[in-house]
Design a protein around this ligand. Structure first.
Ligand code: MN3
Length: 334
C-alpha cells in the first residue's frame, strides 16, 4: 500500500510539472470496458476528444509565461486565464482522472476502510452516495461533470460543474480535490446510450475502481493543495485584486487614466474587503491590520485623484498602496 501510494504521489508530481502535456495511456484495452462503455466510445473519447484537449492546451500556452506553469496552477487561477486554457486544462485533467478510476470488474480493488467509513458517516451507505452523484450528473444541464471531492475541511462533498471546469478551479462554487469525476458530456455515452444519461450513469458504477478512489482519498487528505484552495476562497480579495491590477499595472508604464477614472471603485473594493470575512486560516490580526491600512491608503489615493494631484504623486501613492496589498497576499502565504 505504501509503495503504491508513493508511486501515485510521484506520478502526481510528474503530472503537475510535465510540459508539453501528453495524452496518458489507458491501463486496459478499449474493449475491456464493455458492456458498460463500448469500445468505439472509449477509443474516440480517449484518442480523439482527450487528445484534442491536450493538443489545444499545448497550443494555448505555447510562447507564453504559462509554458512553465503546472497543470494545477493553470486550473487554480483559471478565472484569470484565457478560455482556451481554462477549457483545455480542465479537459486534460478531468479525463486523466476519469480513465484512472475506471477498471473492468475483475481488475478492481477493494475500497479502503477509511474511505468506506467516511462515506458511511456522511452518506449512510455507498448506494446512497451513488444516488447523490447520479443526481448531480442527471441534473447538470448540458455538458459537464459530476464529482466526489475532498474539501479543505477534509469532508467529502458531491458537486457538479459545467463544460470542462472542475472543483480545483477558482471559478467553481464548491472547491476541493476530486477523487471521482464522472463525465456527463454526450460524447461519453451517446453511441451506446443515445440520450439516456440515466442509463449510462447506472452502468458506470460497474467500472468504478474503489481501490484507486481510496488511494486518491488518502492522498487528497495530505495534499497541500487543500490549504491553497482554502486560502484562495476569498472573493472580496479577488475583487480588490482585479481593480488593483487594472489600475496599478498601467501606472507602471505612465498611464494613469485607469487610476484617475477608477480610484473611487478601488476604495469601494477596499472597504468591501475590510468588511469581508477572510478564510479561517487567514483570520489573523496582522491581516486585519494590513486591510485597515489598505483602506486608509485607498482613501488617500482617491482624495488625491479628486484634487487633481500631479502624476508623479499619484504614481508614488498607488505603488505604496500596491505594496500594502502584497503584504496581505504575502501574509496569506505564511
Ligand atoms: Mn469527455
Amino acid at each position: 500500500m505504501k509503495f503504491f501510494l508513493s508511486l501515485t504521489l510521484l506520478a502526481n508530481l510528474f503530472f503537475a510539472v510535465a510540459q508539453p502535456f501528453k495524452l496518458p495511456g489507458l491501463k486496459y484495452d478499449y474493449a475491456d470496458y464493455e458492456p458498460h462503455i463500448d469500445a468505439l466510445t472509449m477509443q474516440i473519447h480517449h484518442s480523439k476528444h482527450h487528445q484534442a484537449y491536450v493538443d489545444n492546451l499545448n497550443k494555448a500556452v505555447k510562447g507564453t509565461k504559462m509554458e512553465s506553469t503546472s497543470l494545477i496552477d493553470l486550473m487554480l487561477y483559471a478565472g484569470f486565464r484565457p478560455d482556451a486554457v481554462r477549457n483545455n486544462a480542465g479537459g486534460h485533467y478531468n479525463h486523466s482522472l476519469f480513465w484512472e478510476i475506471l477498471a473492468p470488474k475483475d481488475k478492481q480493488l477493494e475500497i479502503s476502510k477509511e474511505l468506506d467509513a467516511a462515506i458511511k458517516a456522511q452518506y449512510g451507505s455507498l448506494d446512497s452516495l451513488k444516488k447523490v452523484i447520479n443526481q448531480a450528473g442527471t441534473t447538470r444541464f448540458g455538458s459537464g461533470w459530476a464529482w466526489l471531492i475532498v474539501t479543505p475541511e477534509k469532508k467529502l462533498m458531491v458537486t457538479s460543474t459545467g463544460n470542462q471546469d472542475n472543483p480545483i478551479m477558482d471559478v467553481s462554487k464548491d472547491r476541493g480535490i476530486p477523487i471521482i469525476g464522472i463525465d456527463v458530456w454526450e460524447h461519453a455515452y451517446y453511441l451506446k446510450y443515445q440520450n439516456k444519461r440515466v442509463d449510462y450513469l447506472a452502468g458506470i458504477w460497474n467500472l468504478l475502481d474503489w481501490g484507486i478512489v481510496s488511494e486518491k482519498y488518502t492522498a487528497a487528505l495530505k495534499d497541500s493543495l487543500l490549504i491553497t484552495i482554502e486560502k484562495d476562497n476569498w472573493p472580496a480579495l479577488k475583487d480588490f485584486h482585479k481593480v488593483m491590477g487594472q489600475t496599478f499595472h498601467p501606472s507602471e508604464t505612465g498611464n494613469l487614466q485607469p487610476l484617475k477614472t477608477r480610484s473611487g471603485e478601488l476604495l469601494a473594493k477596499a472597504l468591501l474587503l475590510k468588511s469581508s470575512t477572510p478564510p479561517a486560516s487567514l483570520n489573523k490580526p496582522a491581516i486585519q491590520e494590513a486591510m485597515s491600512k489598505l483602506v486608509t491608503e485607498c482613501d488617500e489615493l482617491n482624495k488625491l485623484v479628486l484634487k487633481n494631484a500631479k502624476d508623479d504623486v499619484l504614481t508614488k501613492k498607488i505603488a505604496s498602496t500596491h505594496d500594502t496589498f502584497h503584504v496581505i497576499q504575502g501574509l496569506c502565504n505564511d
